[in-house]
Design a protein around this ligand. Structure first.
Ligand code: MN
Length: 198
């Protein structure tokens, strides 16, 4: 069953009727990727598919599986969807120069609610309150992305939700360091000259 016809007849900016889905025209699930990036400072680029691009945050410490840990997430520029596949070496004299490794990836479900309905992911990001359910190989379950403060004091936090995937003892950032794409270490990716994207 598809709600495409139902949706095509309605303007959901004007009607209060439920969308029946997140509004995507295809049934393909939106993707997320976490890329470990050894640039001027080591960080993890957390990217989620939204409105045809990868919305991106740089997370210095990477994601935690402990709901008690709040991880700073600094917004960065939108990236094209194809970037989720990128693994290799960015030349040192280029923007973001350094080694990039696909640390985790998978699909996600937007579970952000507003007024009892799922709020479109783009709007949720704009509003600064995002709830997503991640289905990665290392990172699973609910995560919140919250913007606090405003103006120059605005900052985002990435926080594990307290669900069955929460685990304060796991620390995948340090215990599961290899690429989920190529099973390589950062060093191996760095040593493969020319930024092998396989
Ligand atoms: Mn980066």
């Amino acid at each position: 069953m598809s709600t495409k016809d139902y949706r095509s007849k309605r303007n959901f900016d004007k009607t209060g009727e439920p969308r029946g889905s997140s509004g995507r025209s295809s049934s393909k699930k939106p993707q997320f990727v976490i890329q470990k990036h050894d640039s001027s400072t080591l960080h993890y680029d957390f990217r989620i598919e939204a409105d045809g691009v990868l919305k991106s945050w740089a997370v210095p410490k990477g994601p935690s599986t402990d709901p008690g840990e709040k991880r700073l997430a600094v917004p960065t520029e939108d990236h094209p969807l194809e970037y989720a596949n990128f693994e290799g070496v960015i030349p040192e004299d280029e923007y973001g120069g350094g080694t990039v490794l696909v640390w985790d990836r998978g699909s996600y479900e937007n579970v952000t609610e507003k007024d009892g309905e799922i709020q479109p992911i783009g709007k949720a990001i704009e509003a600064g309150h995002v709830l997503i359910d991640l289905r990665g190989e290392k990172i699973r379950g609910g995560y919140a992305l919250h913007r606090t403060g405003s103006g120059d004091n605005a900052r985002w936090l990435l926080i594990k939700m307290d669900d069955e995937h929460a685990d304060a003892r796991r620390n995948p950032v340090s215990t599961e360091q290899k690429s989920v794409k190529s099973d390589r270490t950062m060093k191996q990716v760095a040593n493969d000259e020319g930024g092998n994207d396989e």
